[in-house]
Design a protein around this ligand. Structure first.
Ligand code: FAD
Length: 480
């Protein structure tokens, strides 16, 4: 009886005040108020929902796990619009079909990277490339071009050979390498702008064992010299990540102190048959004693990326990540550090802790919106990209410090974008600039034509997408 009364009360409260759902990203600084969180149970239910919303022109933001540093997953806040606004998650779409004959895996858009990789490992299969962590939803990760490190390997999205996607009217489109290979280049990295992906098929490979070697190097404040050493490492190894240099905030001098050493890891194939031990020795996000020389062996998934138990630090941090042709690596690496140092006097907010520079490389590709697309590269460039990341990590989750560091981070694009043909990670503090985007993504007009077909009433866009991609027909998306 008490339960019935409570349920009735909730229904009445809902009717009187409406319901709402507040969305947050992983570190709670990207947020918006939607009318509801929708998690349909199957593709037909997603299509039905979209068909119902189309006449109303409802705003629809499809999300993965919100593991980004930018505004891609921000919904249209319901304080700004008369129309309904929804956060939609595919988390319940968990179909899975492993085809060992063709070495492909087809899975529902609800699969997270970690769960999918565990499933693959159990079937003696593997991925070519993963990010440092595995906490993302797979489709969410692919949709922004998530990657690891390797001059001979592409990003996660380059493994996609087919997908199923629903447009704003709930119509299904099946895109794959055989029937519409050109269109697949638009959908591999679709930024949530081309519809709700319900299923993906990716290429997989047999279990691949790697040897991971970690070396410690002396840091130098001669950044030109450091840049040259760094560029050489990428010539010496196909697959390497440099964690460093590291800096610690000095409260007294209000400056960054350069740590005397930093480290790098490189991976190479092995026929080792002993115990697989990289999972016993994680070193990510501040876990463990990282600055020491060691060797471990494991399946590529565990050798190159970190499961949730390897992540032990979740303080706020601001982060930029820029992709540029590898030929510019030595000069750019030095320039980025020098420019950061010129910003330090403006870092007045409290709670700074560490600053870590991370360097990686990645093979270019032909996905329309890939940060490593090769469409505008001259013939003198190899098509391999260098990746420079700067993390400003705090001691305490203080918004003032986070916003200050983000503002400073945005300045790197204006400073170095043109100079080094830089493309920022889509989900890591990418300052909107449609003119620049068109120059770096020559296939943007083709992408926008598909966007218009998939989303005629601008239901899938938000302020970031409109400004970033220059979707002029959606400029008034709040009132369309
Ligand atoms: C601590 C940390 C470490 C990271 N490390 C790396 C790294 O090593 N390498 C790297 O490249 N990146 C890295 N990232 C970035 C991260 O991989 C990307 O931001 C990724 O896109 C996040 O995935 P998600 O599932 O959380 O997606 P979300 O942020 O929720 O969404 C990303 C995009 O995908 C779209 N989307 C989601 N699901 C669907 C769907 N079903 N259909 C259509 N569109 C969809 C969304 O609309 C949005 O545009 C890191 C991020 C953090 C916070």
């Amino acid at each position: 009886m008490v339960r019935t009364k409570l349920a009735l009360l909730l229904v009445l409260l809902h009717a009187a005040f409406g319901s709402s759902y507040r969305w947050f990203n992983w570190q709670f600084e990207v947020t918006c108020e939607s009318d509801a969180y929708i998690a349909p149970h199957n593709e037909a239910a997603v299509a039905k929902f979209l068909k119902e919303q189309y006449p109303k022109g409802s705003h629809i933001k499809v999300v993965g796990n919100g593991h980004g540093f930018g505004n891609l997953s921000t919904c249209v806040d319901n304080s700004l619009t008369e129309k309904p606004s929804y956060i939609v998650s595919m988390t319940n779409l968990k179909g899975l079909n492993i085809d060992k004959k063709n070495m492909t895996v087809t899975f529902g858009a609800g699969w997270d990277v970690y769960d999918l990789t565990e499933e693959l490992k159990a079937n003696d299969l593997s991925f070519g490339n993963l990010g440092v962590e595995r906490v993302q939803n797979f489709v969410g990760a692919a949709s922004t071009g998530t990657h690891g490190s390797g001059s001979v390997i592409g990003n996660i999205a380059s493994q996609i050979i087919g997908l199923r996607v629903l447009d704003a009217q709930g119509n299904l489109r099946v895109i794959n390498e055989t029937n519409n290979p050109e269109e697949l280049k638009a959908f591999r990295i679709s930024l949530g702008a081309l519809g709700l992906i319900t299923e993906m098929t990716i290429k997989v490979q047999p279990t691949l064992l790697l040897k991971k070697t970690t070396k410690v190097v002396n840091a130098t404040s001669d950044y030109t010299q450091m840049g040259k050493q760094l560029a050489q490492l990428y010539k010496d190894h196909d697959r390497v990540t440099v964690w460093g240099p590291h800096f610690d905030w000095n409260e007294a001098s209000q400056n960054w102190d350069l740590e005397p050493t930093y480290f790098y890891s490189y991976w190479e194939p092995t026929n080792y048959t002993g115990v697989r031990n990289c999972t016993l020795d994680y070193c990510a996000n501040g876990c463990g004693d990282c600055k020491r020389e060691y060797i471990c062996y494991d399946e590529v998934i565990d050798a190159a990326s970190c499961p949730p138990q390897g992540v032990c630090d979740r303080e706020f941090y601001a982060e930029i990540e820029h992709f540029l042709p590898i030929e510019f690596y030595a000069e750019a690496a030095a320039d980025y550090i020098s420019y950061q140092q010129s910003q330090t006097p403006r870092m007045q907010a409290p709670y700074n802790n560490m600053m870590v520079i991370q360097h990686r490389s990645l093979k270019g590709d032909d996905a329309y919106m890939s940060p490593v697309n090769t469409y505008n590269l001259g013939s003198d460039l190899s098509g391999v990209f260098a990746i420079i990341e700067i993390d400003w990590i705090q001691t305490y989750n203080n918004f003032t410090t986070l916003w200050q560091n983000q503002e400073l981070g945005y300045e790197f694009m204006a400073k170095f974008g043109e100079k080094y043909n830089v493309r920022p990670h889509w989900n890591k503090m990418n300052p909107p600039n449609a003119t620049y985007a068109l120059e770096k993504f020559p296939k943007l007009p083709e992408f926008l034509a598909i966007q218009q077909r998939q989303d005629p009433k601008c239901q899938f866009v938000n302020e970031f997408l409109v400004e970033q991609l220059g979707i002029t027909r959606c400029a008034n998306y709040l009132s369309i």
